[in-house]
Design a protein around this ligand. Structure first.
Ligand code: TEU
Length: 585
């Protein structure tokens, strides 16, 4: 076990990890990752907030589901401005979640069950309450250059509108620059003003980050999910970006994402932390990443990352050139076509992650399925079939495995997420209709994914004995883990069977993907081929029965149903939201 950090702000430079740890090469390619958003997972002490001791009793539930890795969203010390994605101490646990000893217990509990822990790594920015940033506020401090401090735009009075160093907008709302009265300068924050961006051009910043990562690996962590990691390399000259008509600011990611030193920094991180040497799992969250970015980052010969999260498929149901709040329909050919492009793009080199939702995205069954009473279960199961039969590492977001749905907030006072609250305020000042803004929030707010995990039909869904920080979705009386585990036809057991299939059959992990009937607007059909094994997936992505176009599909003679959503069906008609995995002769 590692010793405590040697200095307040820097963990002990632990030895590079022992490469003999039980992690065979590429183990994460056949793994399934389950994301825990700790504040909403399980509350052990009745304060209404999920915590680490609440996770321990639920590990057997995750083991039964069959997942291999837990991605734990941040539990570090944080003022919780962005629910922990604003870190004030990278090597300690925030008291609201418990203690380092509690985290050690979760790591041990996972390892005892042959599961692994992937920590959430947020190093594009810190909290403004991190000691590093507090020091950097002093222009004479060596840490001034640890962040992006800049004077007012030339010819402008510091602190006045338009004096910001560039016209960049925060990913949330407002300018990406915060004025500091004391020094008359601005600091960059691509997210909230309480999330100042670290300056990765400074080698001291990078050295401290790598030392901290090694400290966690030495503590037993098996890998990292890297928050907005493709934003860490900023352009050396910060210039104005393009502004579209309806925009007040230039989208911050445009001039920043996928910067010129990104691959250099990722390769350096891999070397310094031993990501490959120790066969750690790594996934880079990359908003705005293209397939070329992903290829560069996940090409094993470049020793950067194992995989990345693309944002393309979760940006298709918005108006092109607009924001996530500008809702648009999503025809099936567009969705399945995008996933197929990523399958093809990383077919030979690199590796895909596969996800429908996470703590930032609305609930999958509400967004891509049908969360009505009649079709919630079959559509949730079919979304699982389609995603888990693509090539890549699947990610299950807490509650997805029981078909949890978006919540039903009707008033802005119900929302907690700073992104949602900020959007509401900014939209109203821009003159948007309140009703339309609330509609966008009900469809896309991140709070949809953050209502407490629904464990059973007791009060607050068994999540807490106290009043939850965010109201439980009222449908918990029907949609809950207890009911799902005790129903062999539930979404839970379908996900469990999908995970079992991945663990059992190499074609699911390594088989070549081929999309069939790309223009069909209700049928999602594709094959996975490995040597002489061919699996065919057919999925009816609609609320009406669908006659299989057998003349346009591979010969189904002798096909064997491997796993279906509607029992042992074999006719040529798919029921609404029915999917089948067939092994072709
Ligand atoms: O999200 C990165 C990101 O781009 C999100 O802001 C996403 O675009 C948006 O939430 C969609 O609504 C990561 C974390 O996952 C998110 O929770 C944090 O708020 C953000 O970074 C800042 O750390």
């Amino acid at each position: 076990m590692s010793v405590a950090p040697v200095a307040a702000d820097e963990p002990a430079p632990a030895e590079k990890p022992d490469a003999t740890r039980a992690r065979p090469d590429g183990w994460w390619k056949s793994a399934v990752v389950y994301q825990i958003y700790p504040r909403s997972f399980a509350d052990s002490n009745g304060d209404g907030m999920g915590d680490l001791p609440g996770i321990l009793p639920r590990l057997d539930y995750l083991k039964r589901l069959g997942v291999d890795v837990v991605w734990l969203s941040p539990v570090y010390v944080s003022p919780q401005d962005d629910n922990g994605y604003d870190i004030a101490d990278y090597t300690d646990v925030d008291p609201v979640f418990g203690t380092l000893a509690d985290l050690d217990a979760v790591i041990a509990g996972l390892h005892e069950r042959d599961m692994k822990l992937m920590m959430d790594l947020v190093v594009n920015h810190t909290s403004d309450e991190h000691p590093w940033f507090a020091e950097s506020r002093d222009p004479g401090s060596a840490k001034r250059d640890w962040y992006w401090w800049r004077p007012a735009r030339e010819g402008h009075q510091a602190g006045t509108p338009g004096a910001e160093p560039t016209n960049w907008g925060s990913a949330f709302s407002g300018s990406a620059w915060q004025f500091d009265e004391t020094t008359g300068e601005y600091y960059l924050h691509l997210f909230s003003p309480k999330q100042p961006d670290l300056n990765w051009e400074n080698p001291e910043v990078r050295r401290c980050v790598y030392a901290m990562m090694r400290w966690w690996v030495d503590r037993g962590v098996d890998g990292f999910r890297m928050d907005v990691i493709n934003l860490i390399s900023k352009p050396t000259e910060l210039l104005d970006g393009p502004i579209a008509d309806a925009q007040r600011y230039s989208p911050a990611f445009v001039p920043v994402a996928n910067g010129h030193r990104l691959d250099e920094f990722l390769a350096e991180m891999n070397r310094e932390v031993g990501l490959d040497v120790a066969n750690l799992i790594s996934v880079g969250e990359m908003p705005g990443a293209s397939i070329d970015t992903a290829l560069a980052a996940t090409d094993p010969s470049r020793r950067e990352l194992g995989m990345v999260f693309t944002f393309e498929h979760v940006s298709l149901d918005q108006v092109p050139g607009g924001s996530k709040w500008d809702l648009a329909d999503l025809p099936l050919p567009v969705l399945k076509g995008n996933l197929a492009v990523w399958q093809e793009g990383l077919a030979e080199v690199g590796w895909n992650s596969l996800y429908w939702n996470n703590h930032d995205q609305p609930r999958a069954v509400s967004r891509f399925g049908d969360d009505s009473a009649e079709f919630r279960i079959p559509s949730a199961k079919t979304l699982g079939t389609v995603l888990h039969l693509h090539k890549g590492t699947p990610y299950v977001y807490q509650g997805e495995e029981i078909g949890m749905t978006n919540t039903n907030f009707t008033d802005i006072s119900q929302y907690e997420d700073l992104e949602s609250v900020g959007y509401h305020a900014e939209a109203l000042t821009l003159g948007l209709e309140a009703e339309a803004v609330l509609r966008s929030l009900s469809v896309k707010s991140r709070d949809n994914a953050r209502t407490p995990m629904q464990w059973d039909d007791r009060s607050h869904a068994g999540f807490s004995e106290g009043i939850p920080w965010l109201p439980v979705n009222p449908n918990y009386v029907v949609v809950n883990a207890h009911a799902a585990v005790n129903d062999p036809d539930s979404v839970f057991h379908h996900y469990r069977r999908l995970i079992e299939l991945r663990h059992r059959d190499p074609v699911v992990v390594h088989g070549r993907f081929a999309l069939l009937l790309p223009e069909h607007d209700r049928l999602w059909a594709f094959t996975r081929t490995l040597e002489n094994t061919v699996l065919l997936v057919v999925a009816n992505m609609s609320a009406a029965a669908l006659e299989l176009p057998t003349d346009q599909l591979p010969d189904l003679t002798g096909a064997v149903l491997v796993l279906g959503t509607h029992g042992q069906t074999d006719g040529s008609t798919l029921a609404p939201w029915e999917s089948r995995i067939l092994r072709l002769a």
